[in-house]
Structure formats: structure tokens, C-alpha cells
Design a protein around this ligand. Sequence first.
Ligand code: ADP
Length: 295
Amino acid sequence: MKLVIESLSKTYANGVAALKDVSLTLTNGMFGLLGPNGAGKSSLMRTIATLQEADKGSIFLDDLDVLQEKTKVRQLLGYLPQEFGVYPKISAERMLDHIAQLKGVGNKGERKDLVLSLLENVNLLKDRKKHLGTYSGGMKQRFGIAQALIGDPKLIIVDEPTAGLDPAERNRFYNLLSQLGENTIVILSTHIVEDVSTLCSNFAIICQGEVLYSGDPETAVAEMNGRIFSKAINKSEIGFYKDDYNVISTQLKTGQLHIRVLQENAPGNGFEPAVPNLEDVYFSNIATRVDVNTI
Ligand code: ADP
């Protein structure tokens, strides 16, 4: 499967240009859409999920015109939105049965088998009779994935799925997501760099509605080799360093500020060469647009 997005643009009625000429090509596997809050990730996801219109551009899933053939797209789509409301007084099992019925699984026995296998998949079998209102954040997200998987989707969209999960819940969720994706396109939108480095074979960085980078994480990091340098400084010196060096990120550790700079040549002045990582790729791209180093 191939999802081809070309020159997609969207300006909301209030004048915010959420998507500016976005072009991306996605194939089977996990694709990370990485960007700060307000970058346009949800706008892009909702447009692909046929929930809102674009002003300009096209989206094709193989031969299917996504912006025109909405009903057909919805049959192939699994969607876990950012704001995932659940009915609090209904059990996971009943809710999934209901959604399966809506998605056209008419046979009761077939539905029961499907629901139980989905619940097992997302590790909620033992909690299936509990009301959704009693679920933790991680359990709700796993339930969200189960509902998104009904109907054997070929395109799965998950919008900021790990926001608000504790580390253990996030790990469990990573394991679940990484099992998908072999025969489907999974789009994962996130502002958490670790989500992309852990899960995604390809990714794009989006900021202020524009695609700033797209590629695979390993190549992206390799491109930074020999160009990242770090130094611990006093917090009060940051102004000077920002004026004189290309500072891409700062981190406060035990009273000292650890700064990382991107330069073609060793800056000297006490800077040490550093092993690059995906955060360097992310910060160096968005540093040109927003001040990520606000302390
Ligand atoms: P992200 O998902 O990356 O946080 P969004 O797509 O939600 O970004 O938002 C992109 C920009 O569009 C933001 O400036 C946001 O305030 C604005 N925006 C999002 N939805 C709407 C809307 N329905 N009406 C007006 N502005 C919106």
C-alpha cells in the first residue's frame, strides 16, 4: 500500500494556515509524524481520516482518491483520535461488540470471536467486563487501538497516543503498536521524539504547517555525525552562547546547563564532540522556527 499526499494546504476560517503545501509518501510500516504542539499534525491526520476538507492538494491511497471517496476510505481506516472519549458506564467488551456491529460485522458469533481476540491482543481480556470509566489512561489507549483495529484496516492513524501515559503504560503501548504495521500503513503523530526512535521506520518533522524533514531515523541521525558538540555552561552564560554558536538544545542538569550545538567544524572553547541522536535532528530542524530552548 502507498499513501501519497501532494501539496496539501488548509487555512482555517480564523486565518491560521495549519497545512502549507504538505507532500509526503508513506508505505507499509510505522510512519512518525513529529512536531511541536500546533504544528498541524492533527489537521493532517483528520484530513487523511476524511474528517475535514483540505483547501488544495490531493491524497491517494493506492488508486483511491481519499478526498473524494470518503466512504471507501472509511472502510479501510482505523482511527484513534487525540481526544478519545469513552462511554464510562459500558464495558470494553460491549462497546467493542457495538462498534463491530456498526462496522458491519453482522454475525453474533463472529463478532464475539473478533471482540475476544482483539481484547486479548491489547491485553485487556481480564478487564473486559469492567466499565470503561474505570480504565487507566494506558488501558483506554489500548482499548482505543482495539476499536481502531476492527474491520482489518489497511490504514491506521493514531494521534498523540502516548501523551499522558506513564513509562510502563507507554512501553506496553509501544509493544502493541510495533506488532501492527507489517501489512498496513500506520501513521503515528507525536511530539515525543522517543516514540519515533522506538517505533518508526520512516518519519517526517512538521512545524507551522510545513514539512521540514522526511526520511528514516537512522539516516537522519547519521547525517549529524561529527556535527554535534556539547558543553556544560553556567545558566547565566546562555545569551552569549546563543549569539555565537548554533545552539539547538539545552538541558538543565544538576544546576548546569548542558547545551548542544550543530556546527560543521569543532567549535573549540571547551566543546566536546557528541554522539548524535534523533533529538538533535528534531531540534536542529525546528530551532529555525520556534525557540525550543526557552528556559
Ligand atoms: P497539532 O496537532 O500539531 O498540535 P493542529 O493541527 O491541532 O496541530 O493545529 C495546527 C494549528 O491550527 C494550530 O495553530 C491550531 O490552533 C489551529 N487549529 C486547529 N484546529 C483548528 C480549528 N478547527 N479552527 C481554527 N484553528 C485551528
